[in-house]
Ligand binder design. Structure first.
Ligand code: TYD
Length: 203
């Protein structure tokens, strides 16, 4: 088993590659649970609806993200890993550092405390960070029918989110791999396949 998280600013193209990655792994005989944050459980999806649509204090936002994550870990992630399955999560706690600390300005020490409390050391084996310049991502997001509370943020917010993601990739080079998405689909897929190969060999 292995735990993979996918990260990136809104419009970086992460979701497009998630389904492809799941199909690729299943074709290799892997049993994979595909899930997302915030969400992934009934309560988590209810919290997601609040988080994406209702205005709230930044601390409330951070706490609800981790409340949803707590349910997600207990009900979905740990049980799947214990069954020997792979878990592919569309976002995990790096998103809290990037969005709540980088974007909203919450002190990293606070989110660190929540992470230690809620995750008890559970980190992905591999984090794919889909990276692209903010104006390119914003152009992609503008094609969406309606924009959620995060997608409505301005360019400077996403610059801070992106900077924090890239900083974390530098800080945790063992599990992070940065995938530039301003390239052909074939080139991106080849790169992702190369990154998961290491996990396929070791499991
Ligand atoms: P996203 O994953 O982009 O879903 P979709 O592709 O369906 O829009 O939406 C989730 C939003 O939640 C995204 O804007 C980032 C935000 N988010 C945080 O701010 N903190 C977190 O810890 C997580 C998991 C997500």
């Amino acid at each position: 088993m292995a735990f993979i998280s996918l990260e990136g600013i809104d419009g970086a193209g992460k979701t497009t590659h998630l389904e492809w990655l799941a199909d690729y792994l299943r074709a290799r005989g892997v049993v994979a649970t595909v899930t997302r944050e915030p969400g992934g459980t009934e309560l988590g999806e209810a919290l997601r609806a609040l988080l994406l649509n209702r205005s709230m204090q930044v601390d409330t936002e951070a706490l609800l993200m981790f409340a949803a994550r707590s349910e997600h870990i207990a009900q979905v992630i740990r049980p799947a890993l214990e069954r020997g399955e792979w878990v592919i999560s569309d976002r995990y706690s790096d998103a809290s550092f990037a969005y709540q600390c980088g974007g909203r300005g919450i002190a990293e020490a606070r989110v660190q405390t929540l992470e230690t409390w809620v995750q008890q050391g559970l980190q992905p084996d591999l984090t794919l960070l889909f990276d692209v310049e903010v104006p390119v991502a914003q152009q992609r997001v503008r094609n969406h029918v309606s924009l959620d509370r995060f997608e409505q943020e301005q360019a400077d917010f996403f610059e801070r989110v992106r900077t924090m993601y890239l900083r974390r990739a530098q800080q945790f080079p063992q599990r992070f791999r940065v995938v530039r998405t301003d390239r052909s689909l074939t080139a991106i897929r080849e790169e992702i396949a190369g990154f998961v190969e290491r996990l396929l060999i070791s499991t």
